[in-house]
Design a protein around this ligand. Structure first.
Ligand code: CA
Length: 236
């Protein structure tokens, strides 16, 4: 019988505002996590490679290397959960639309309790993934879905969905943020480098195809719904 690993999970906090970092570290430690704080983005990258934590709390505006670039670099070699924090709501909103690899976002000022709750939820979701590595096979998501990043495929209950690359990106975004409404413009940003000349009705036709393909696998309910006058939302 394997002995369960009871050592505390380590959370790396990359945040240059010392007070916020200390407060977060206190609350996370009280919740049973081990913490490590870095104030410089450039220092974080080698650490993330050599000794990956269980989760990264990442500030957006940082000296050295900003949070966005750091997250992008990290995603080249790691799938570890990232909770992005920023004082700029508009910036967070844009990031969420662009889907640059963070798993969740928190706006400053946030309550440390809320941060701990988000960390806990992200770690729970990440269970089953290989720590610090991009898993070679499909990774389980909520609702019976799984995503295979390397093979650019999505599965539902083990059945492969035959999706085009654009449909794959759209559905993956919706699956990563169940319950969140995305506008057509936000979804379009996923699909085209330059979407100014593209009608956002293009999204409707992609979503229509995704729903048709999902329906062939007969999930218990229609997961993707249109939100009148706004866009689309996926519910699990
Ligand atoms: Ca900062």
């Amino acid at each position: 019988m394997n002995t369960p690993d009871l050592s505390p999970q380590r959370i790396l906090i990359v945040e240059d505002e010392a007070k916020i970092a200390a407060l977060l570290a206190d609350y996370l430690q009280a919740a049973g996590y081990e913490t490590q704080v870095l104030g410089d983005g450039a220092q974080a990258l080698p650490l993330l490679r050599q000794s990956p934590p269980a989760l990264l709390v990442l500030d957006l505006m940082l000296p050295g290397l900003d949070g966005l670039s750091l997250c992008r670099e990290l995603r080249q070699f790691s799938a570890l959960p990232v909770l992005m924090v920023s004082a700029r709501v508009d910036e967070l909103d844009r990031l969420l639309g662009l889907e640059l690899g963070a798993d969740d976002y928190l706006c400053k000022p946030f309550s440390p309790r809320e941060a701990v709750a988000r960390v806990r939820a992200l770690l729970r979701r990440a269970q089953g993934r290989l720590p610090g590595l991009v898993a070679p096979g499909p990774q389980a998501m909520e609702g019976g879905y799984a995503v295979d990043e390397a093979g650019q495929r999505l599965f539902w209950q083990g059945q492969a969905l035959q999706l085009t690359p654009l449909e794959f990106r759209l559905l993956r975004l919706l699956l990563r943020h169940p319950g969140r409404v995305f506008s057509r413009a936000q979804l379009l940003e996923q699909l085209h480098e330059d979407f100014r000349d593209v009608s956002d009705r293009v999204i409707d036709s992609h979503v229509k195809n995704i729903r048709r393909k999902l329906a062939q696998l007969s999930p218990p309910q229609e997961p993707v719904s249109a939100v009148y006058g706004v866009g689309y939302r996926l519910d699990l």
